[in-house]
Design a protein around this ligand. Structure first.
Ligand code: SF4
Length: 535
């Protein structure tokens, strides 16, 4: 495609104005299906507030804008009229509501429609459009997903706790995926225990077919740096790897299914220096802006299994992410309401250390895991969960601080996915307390925190071999900070986890700690917190 030339002037009045947000780029959206090109129009908006409040990684921002521009061009090529408000449009008010109001003034639509946004904040904003401007605004469900929020609510209703595994099994049955009659294919629902292999030496991994930036993406990269200076992360035309069209996204899917899916399951949890992708799919950015449909990804994986090209443990692991975890956390997000992102069950209040933004740290594991985040706004799920958010959890960083970081720094981040994953799964913060501090509700997403010492990282990677810290030490200047903070976390939260059966064994080990060791751990943790600017 040639450079983006904006959008031709649209004369009002229009019958229906359909708002398409940056994470709603599916051509089979229900609203686009009903559009009459001569009478209706589409509104798309590049607004500064979506990148500066947060803030958002340069590459994440460019990915969204480039994908939106390609989508707008494709709509126009399909005969639709698109009012596209560019980031550098002098009239841009840089807020969704401001641009909807301007479009209403100019186009005088009879009605507005939008697919349910992926964010409580924007959803509530969309609800206000009707009240403010008097034009009826319809919010329709997003058919990209396999469940509506109401379906999930019905599933959750009356349950004492929400367990993803049970939800997932029902999805498998309901959708008829990997089922052998009424039983799971292969006899087990879950093959996680087969998916924890490690590498002994540097693995040979297949080359990745990435999208080469075209003129539109190249223009957007320049635009982002010009109009949104100071955004975090690194970006150049050479380092931009993300698909921004449906065709590119489908190429990425094919590449994953053919070359990485066969070993995806086996090495799903492994990490290795300089090998950031390994056998992971790289599909989450395209999925989360809806350039890919989860159904076609599941079908492609199932077809590979049927052909004998991919083993069951890989296919089941991939399918579970799509029909299980992804749908489950979206359900939790809409069920729990807009206040969810501010939950802080464990009362952690620390600031995020600066090295999360710069990557400058002596900890080899953290530096390695931050490299693909700073370079490409992405890392696979184990660096996210067991290194980057684990460190924030055990060192006492506030859930909101690390949640905002994950939200801004990942290309695949949309609020419905990032917030439950960080506030709920990673930070174990989504329980609730009353004003006296008494727990009135235990955490929703997890039954125990994903807290781990350096031992886990040492087992799953080669990072510790070249680190200045000693993974066998718990306290002292050279001790692995993950060890120090892991034990300090357990000491600090001894009472928080009293009564949690899944923590009982670990807490017994805390009780057995020699008082001198306990004191040395706490002292070293305090020193590190001060040095890193957490406390
Ligand atoms: Fe990370 Fe600790 Fe290993 Fe260093 S020793 S790489 S800080 S886990």
């Amino acid at each position: 495609m040639t450079a983006f030339s904006g959008t031709p002037h649209i004369d009002g009045p229009v019958r229906r104005l359909v708002v398409v947000l940056g994470d709603q780029l599916n051509h089979d959206s229900m609203l686009l299906e009903d559009l009459e090109p001569d009478r209706d129009a589409v509104l798309m908006m590049e607004v500064r507030s979506e990148s500066m409040e947060g803030p958002s990684h340069r590459m994440r921002t460019a990915f969204f804008l480039s994908a939106m521009r390609h989508f707008a061009i494709e709509l126009e090529q399909g005969g639709h009229r698109v009012r596209y408000v560019a980031l550098d449009d002098p009239a841009n008010t840089h807020s969704f509501s401001g641009e909807v109001a301007r479009a209403i003034d100019d186009l005088r639509p009879d009605s507005i429609a939008v697919v349910r946004p992926g964010d409580w904040r924007v959803y509530l904003e969309a609800l206000s459009w009707h009240e403010r401007d008097g034009v009826p605004c319809e919010i329709v469900e997003d058919r990209h997903f396999l469940n509506t929020p109401e379906q999930f609510r019905a599933w959750a209703d009356g349950r004492k706790s929400l367990t993803m595994e049970y939800f997932y099994r029902e999805q498998r049955k309901r959708l008829g995926v990997l089922m052998d009659g009424n039983s799971p294919e292969g006899g087990r629902w879950n093959y996680d225990s087969d998916n924890r292999e490690i590498f002994r030496t540097t693995p040979e991994t297949p080359p990745i077919e990435v999208t080469i930036p075209d003129a539109i993406t190249t223009e957007v990269i320049t635009l982002v740096d010009r109009c949104l200076p100071g955004l975090p992360g690194r970006m150049s035309v050479d380092s931009f790897i993300w698909p921004v069209t449906r065709d590119d996204a489908r190429t990425g899917l094919r590449d994953f299914i053919e070359h990485r899916l066969p070993l995806f399951g086996k090495y799903e949890d492994a990490m290795w220096s300089g090998k950031h992708v390994l056998y992971h799919s790289l599909l989450s950015p395209a999925l989360n802006v809806h350039l890919l449909d989860p159904r076609e990804c599941v079908e492609a994986a199932l077809a590979a299994y049927k052909r004998g090209d991919a083993p069951l443990n890989s296919v089941e692991g991939f399918v579970r992410q799509l029909i299980g975890w992804r749908e489950f956390i979206r359900g939790v997000y809409w069920l729990e309401g807009p206040g969810y992102r501010d939950r802080n069950w464990m009362g952690q209040t620390g600031s995020l250390p600066d090295f999360y933004w710069s990557g400058e740290t002596d900890m080899t594991c953290v530096r390695e895991c931050l490299t693909p985040v700073l370079d490409h706004a992405w890392s696979h799920h184990i660096p996210r969960l067991m290194v980057l958010s684990n460190l924030a959890l055990i060192s006492g960083v506030s859930p909101r601080a690390i949640g905002d970081w994950f939200y801004g720094m990942y290309t695949d981040s949309v609020d419905w996915v990032t917030t439950p994953n960080t506030i709920g799964m990673a930070m174990h913060a989504d329980g609730e307390r009353d004003e006296t501090g008494r727990t009135v509700r235990l955490p929703v997403v997890g039954t125990k925190p994903y807290a781990a010492s350096g031992k886990y990282i040492s087992r799953m990677s080669n990072y510790c071999r070249d680190c200045v810290f000693d993974v066998n030490e718990r306290a002292g200047e050279h001790a692995c900070p993950f060890n120090t903070f892991y034990w300090d976390f357990l000491i600090r939260h001894r009472e928080t986890f009293r009564g949690n059966n899944r923590m009982a064994m670990i807490l017994k080990n805390v009780d057995r700690l020699d008082p001198a060791v306990r004191s040395a751990i706490s002292t070293r943790a305090r020193t590190l917190r001060t040095e890193w600017g957490i406390a």
